[in-house]
Each structure stands twice: as structure tokens, then as C-alpha cells.
Write a protein that binds this ligand. Sequence first.
Ligand SMILES: Nc1ncnc2c1ncn2[C@@H]1O[C@H](COP(=O)(O)OP(=O)(O)OP(=O)(O)O)[C@@H](O)[C@H]1O
Ligand SMILES: [Mg+2]
Length: 343
Amino acid sequence: MTDQPATPPTKDDPDEEPLLEIRGLRTYFFTRDGIVQAVDGVDLEVRRGEVLGLVGESGCGKSVTSMSVLRLISEPGRIVEGEVLFKGENLGEKSASEMREIRGDQISMIFQQPNASLNPVYSAGVQISEVFEIHEGLKRKLGVERAVEALRRVGISDPEQRAGAYPHELSGGMAQRVMIAMALASGPELLIADEPTTALDVTIQAQILELMSELQSELGMAIVLITHDLGVVAETADRVAVMYAGQIVEQATTIDLFAEPKHPYTVGLLGSIPVAGARRERLDVIPGQVPNLIEPDSGCRFASRCQARVDNELEICWTKLPDLIEVEPGHTVRCWLHQEVPE
Ligand SMILES: Nc1ncnc2c1ncn2[C@@H]1O[C@H](COP(=O)(O)OP(=O)(O)OP(=O)(O)O)[C@@H](O)[C@H]1O
Ligand SMILES: [Mg+2]
């Protein structure tokens, strides 16, 4: 979506107040086995109208970060530190009902589990209709008509028929598209899309991304696109944040990140992208394992897998966690190779 002429002018202005700002977010799960430090100091900004790609291997905390933004973390999990500001307002200070309003209106989420936000006792059409009823004050009949239209837009054939279907009658891909239609129905300012196309076949994936891109430029909506697929990121994101073991390790414009990745983890990920046209791989080819999040070591979380640490004989990587610092305008990295090592 980098080449859309209609994208709002504000997204390239770094001085503009961000639409969403996450500061020092820590979300832990207090389990019987110990405290899982799933999200451990995440700083992230989403500007109005931009597409931010959030990438990283399975278990690194992408979903927990987005659920934390919407305050949807439940027991045994808890946000233990940090702030989430949406249009300058602290979401942590909102009441439960204010949060519900924000979730139904200004921030939408497409969940990774296709059925997570569908109610089993209502048909697809009625669920989408309710969004129009609440937002635009439409009567049920008109709402259902709009729902049928919304289903058509997400590539569902025979939408009049499908509108009457209940969630259990829908395939995974179909349920995913119903969720997308529902998430977009309120015309949100921010859409958090957690692996929105993983369950879908390649043609439908392309259609959905195209649709999101259209709506993005039409509505000036910002998108946080969570994905394993770096090809999708390259095609659609304006900026990219790379997560590793509960932390952001690098953040840059998509162009800079692909041209000049700085964190050894990012370098590894990009090294694992096949050449254009070839099949896309999941991000799981860097040797070694994600560290234990229950008692992470005090050093860099990537140290045990980092070839650059070995090559540069850096000892500090084991003992001290580097900060996320800006090494070039708009390009931040959390790595001792890119900052001064203290005496
Ligand atoms: N309810 C829970 N109880 C304990 N640990 C949890 C819970 N939910 C998530 N976690 C842990 O939090 C960490 C981050 O999980 P998260 O689902 O955010 O990863 P992810 O980056 O979204 O992975 P994926 O790409 O597989 O979706 C994982 O280590 C996970 O095991
Ligand atoms: Mg996830």
C-alpha cells in the first residue's frame, strides 16, 4: 500500500501525533510454572492511515501485544506495566464500557482464531447487521442488506444465502471473511489484523489484502498487519516492526528494513525469504530456539542464536540487554552491534 496516491498525507509526517502509541508495555501470564513474560517492554507507534507490519516467529508476543492494546487479556494474564495511548488518550484509564465502545467503533480487530469473535447463536448476516444498526442507526432489514453487500465485498459468493448461515455452518476461510466484513463494517480508524489471511487460499488472500488496501485508502484507516509472511509485508506495509521473544528488536520503513536490515535476527529472517515468485516460507529457519519466557536471561534475548555475536566476540550480549535505539532517522534497533558498548 506504499504506492496508493490516495493515502492520507499525515502518515509521512513524523511530528504528527501517532494514532496509537504503545509505551513500555509488559504483559505477563502468572502460571503455575512461573511468570511468562510474554510481552516485555514493547514500544510501538502507529501513524494515521499507515500500514504497520508486525512480524516475528511463533510465540514472540504478537497476539498478546494486540490483545493488550484492546484490553482483552484475561486470567492468568495481566498488563503489569506500560501505557497504550489511542489518539492521545490512555486506554488503561477507560472504563469497561468505554473500552467496548472503542472496540466496536474506532479500533477493530480480526482475530487469529477464525471463530473467536463470531457468536454461535446468530447468523453471519445478523452479526454484521448489528454493527450497522449500532453505528448508523439502521433498522434490521436495511442492516441485513448492507451486511449482504459487505459479504459480497469480501469475496463471498452467493452472499444472500450465506448471510443466513450460522458460524458452525461456515468453513474456516468463510468464517474468516465474515469476521473481516464485520471488522470493517464500523469503518474503524485502526484495524488490527492478526494473521488475517493465513487460513485462506492464495487467491482469496490476495483478494482480502486488496480489499483491506482499498478500504485503507478510502477511509484513511490505519492497519497493524500481523503476519508470518514477509512477502505480504513487503507488498503492503509502510513500516515494519520485528518482534523477538516479547520485545521489538527492529523498526523501520519497509524499504529501509528490506534494503538494510540491522538486527541479526531480521537479517536471518530476510535471508529466509525465497526469491520472488517462489513459494513463501514461514519464519522458522533460523537455527536454535526462542528462549524461555519464564526466566529469560539478563542479556540480549537473541544471544544464543546470534551468529553476529560469535563473529564479533561480544561478551556483553550475554549479560546486558541492549536498548532499542534510533540508529538512523526512523530506524530503531535493539543490538549491541549498533550501539556503544559500555566499559
Ligand atoms: N493464556 C496464556 N497463559 C500462559 N502463557 C500464554 C498465554 N497466552 C499466551 N501465552 C504465551 O505468551 C507468549 C506469546 O504468545 P502470542 O500468542 O502473543 O505469540 P504470537 O507471536 O502471536 O505467536 P503466533 O505467531 O504463533 O500466533 C507465548 O510464549 C505464549 O505461550
Ligand atoms: Mg498470534
